[in-house]
Design a protein around this ligand. Sequence first.
Ligand SMILES: [Zn+2]
Length: 107
Amino acid sequence: MSMEMDESQGAPRRGPRGGAQGGADKKGGSSVRKRGFTRRKVCRFCADKTLVIDYKDPQLLKYFVTDRGKIVPRRISGNCAKHQRKVALAVRRSRMIALLPYTVTGA
Ligand SMILES: [Zn+2]
């Protein structure tokens, strides 16, 4: 058995520097923490006193529910603990009366 590779040079050459290797080295170690979310200092319910968390208001609650039907965590929604609890409660109530989905499957 003999492994002989017959490389015929039929391929056209791409200029003098055609064989440059694609830069596959990634520079790691960069600690970028921004994820596109704007950081809110206070929760919107604290900031806006007129805003009422109502379980009958899916338009508002939808803001705190992912498109898969999960409640958005506090770090992302930016709510304070007090209002996050209220939102979570409202979402749960809203689910009971079918204003919000429990889960979103399919798609
Ligand atoms: Zn608040």
